[in-house]
Design a binder for this molecule. Structure first.
Ligand code: CA
Length: 245
């Protein structure tokens, strides 16, 4: 896929004729931070303590959903239990504690440089995450200082997490931006699906075990293998997005 083909394809399925790139809507886990390894470990620990069978890998596939939704789904499917929102919230607190106990996570290689390049090109960056993990949200302001607009969407802002488009629709509403002004940057199929359904030009970056083809299948317009490749292609992408029909 070339950037030119990707935008031509985007125009074809959206019916749009132009793109005015002003805003990048940026996911957190797996995009800003290499946090998924510890998240999947914490999830398995929580499930085991509650007698629910699971594998670590499955949690990569749920990435993007809110913790509350993952807990409700797993307790229903794995134990036949209907968990209330309050119970799910309490269990999510336990999972967050397990995650925090696993220690600090690294930044994803190349993301800071990529976001700096976007800022230098005059693009606004907005954080859009299903996460409610305060330790990580606080790190955004220090590790990615000066990058993000004050507006952000987190777990507390949305009723329906990814793959529902609500987080991205809310972010666009806050920024007063149209779908054909925004690119979404995601690392997981459900997040890609949310960005795609919201009508944005969606870029998948395979920073974890998910295959490129699964990102395209979820609706990615363009997939890069890492942040450095994305940054190297950024000038072509910005040029391609200026194409009009
Ligand atoms: Ca993610």
């Amino acid at each position: 896929m070339t950037e030119q083909n990707a935008i031509a394809n985007y125009y074809k399925y959206t019916g749009k004729k132009s793109f005015n790139f002003t805003t990048a809507l940026v996911d957190m886990d797996g995009v800003l931070f290499d946090s998924m390894k510890n998240h999947t470990r914490a999830w398995v620990k929580l499930m085991k303590k509650n007698g629910i069978k699971c594998t670590r890998d499955e949690f990569y596939m749920y990435e993007g959903m809110t913790g509350r939704d993952i807990i409700k789904m797993k307790f229903k499917d794995g134990a036949g239990k209907n968990i209330t929102d309050d119970e799910a919230q309490a269990l999510y607190k336990v999972k967050t504690r397990y995650f925090t106990e696993l220690g600090d996570v690294e930044m994803i290689d190349g993301t800071l440089e990529l976001l700096k390049a976007l800022k230098a090109a005059g693009i606004k960056c907005v954080l859009v995450t299903g996460s409610g993990t305060h330790t990580m949200l606080e790190r955004v302001d220090t590790d990615y200082e000066g990058i993000f607009d004050k507006q952000r969407i987190t777990a507390t802002d949305v009723k329906r997490g990814k793959p529902n488009p609500e987080p991205y629709l809310k972010a666009m509403a806050k920024m007063n931006a149209q779908p054909n002004e925004c690119i979404v940057i995601e690392n997981a199929p459900l997040g890609v699906q949310a960005g795609h359904t919201a009508g944005c030009f969606t870029v998948g970056v395979t920073t974890g075990p998910i295959a490129e083809k699964d990102m395209y299948k979820a609706g990615a317009d363009m997939v890069y293998k890492d942040m450095a490749s994305f940054q190297a292609a950024l000038p072509q992408l910005i040029e391609a997005l200026k194409t009009t029909l």
